[in-house]
Design a protein around this ligand. Structure first.
Ligand code: C2E
Ligand code: MG
Ligand code: MG
Ligand code: MG
Length: 279
């Protein structure tokens, strides 16, 4: 067990996954090797509009681990953050997402799709963050206006002035910003007004019981009203049923994402379901 092994160790994977115990250095090395061996993959989850049209997708990283199989982000993103490996991993995610946008650009059905990537606080805190986005766009040739970056409210606690400057520079390239898991953090409304956002994502914890828990319904309505009054689109995450979708559309949500429409899947699987034809 991690505890018995002492303070200097962290538990890498869940106990059910064999209770491997490793130091930070070993974990960092394992992630670095995973990157070198091309073991990370992006899965894509569709995002729909109120007309039932697919308008884009969110890229969600997975680790196709040689021993452990397909590992979800909850099992390695926190460790990647702690070890600093989130920086090369995040850059890989960004570039892989840009390459996918380019591929979608070749097919009529997907040419206008946006692609959202999750960006962590430490990526944004890097002095070269703006450059790294510019590099990803330039080296891939991806259309910036179809790229969306998902931030979380947890980023709004530290140097917000620095964040606003960097977001402004990236927005000037054409990239959009969305605030993920909205309602679960501590964002000050005055910051919300100042950040160059284009979208709020209602966290799935409010969507889950939105039909049965009146306070969740009130929260969802309030987020829609807040978002719209700030000129932002509002997307509901974690939509699992038609009834949830209908209710959320009724209260004014502009877009939806969740298992009801599709789980995160590899790009090739997604393409197969669409029977993608070139222009
Ligand atoms: P997130 O960005 O809020 O992504 C949504 C999560 O909810 C995904 O989990 C997705 O598979 C799951 N989900 C989608 N629809 C439903 C639904 O209808 N019901 C339920 N119960 N869940 C649903 P996933 O892929 O395990 O990712 C978890 C988190 O890991 C993400 O939350 C995001 O914060 C983080 N993450 C994923 N990819 C990246 C990445 O490339 N970079 C960084 N920094 N973080 C990432
Ligand atoms: Mg997200
Ligand atoms: Mg979310
Ligand atoms: Mg989340």
């Amino acid at each position: 067990q991690a505890k018995a092994a002492g303070r200097n160790t962290v538990r890498f994977f869940d106990p059910v996954m064999q209770a491997a115990v490793a130091t930070h250095a070993e974990l960092a090395k394992e992630i670095r090797q995973g990157l070198q061996r091309h073991e990370f993959v992006l899965h894509y989850q569709v995002q729909m509009d109120t007309q039932g049209q697919c308008i884009g997708a969110e890229a969600l990283v997975r680790w196709n681990h040689s021993v452990r199989g397909l590992v979800t982000p909850a099992h390695f993103i926190p460790l990647a953050e702690e070890t600093g490996m989130i920086l090369p991993l995040g850059q890989w995610v960004l570039e892989a997402a840009c390459r996918q946008l380019l591929e979608w650009g070749r097919h009529r059905a997907t040419a206008q799709w946006t692609l959202a990537v999750n960006v962590s606080a430490s990526q944004l805190a890097q002095p070269n963050f703006v450059d790294s986005v510019a590099t990803a766009l330039r080296t891939t040739g991806a259309p910036p206006h179809l790229l969306k970056m998902e931030l979380t409210e947890s980023m709004l606690v530290n140097d917000v002035e620095d964040l606003i400057v960097k977001m402004g520079a990236v927005q000037a390239m054409g990239v959009k910003f969305s605030l993920d898991d909205f309602g679960t953090g501590y964002s000050s409304l005055s910051y919300l007004k100042r950040l160059p956002l284009s979208q709020l994502k209602i966290d799935q914890s409010f969507v889950r019981d939105v039909l049965t828990d009146p306070s969740d319904a009130v929260i969802a309505r309030t987020i829609v009203a807040l978002g719209h009054s700030l000129g932002l689109a509002v997307l509901a995450e974690g939509v699992e049923t038609a009834e949830q979708r209908d209710f959320l559309a009724e209260i004014g949500c502009d877009a939806f994402q969740g298992y009801f429409f599709g789980r995160p899947i590899p790009a090739l699987t997604l393409a197969a379901t669409l029977a993608l034809a070139p222009h």
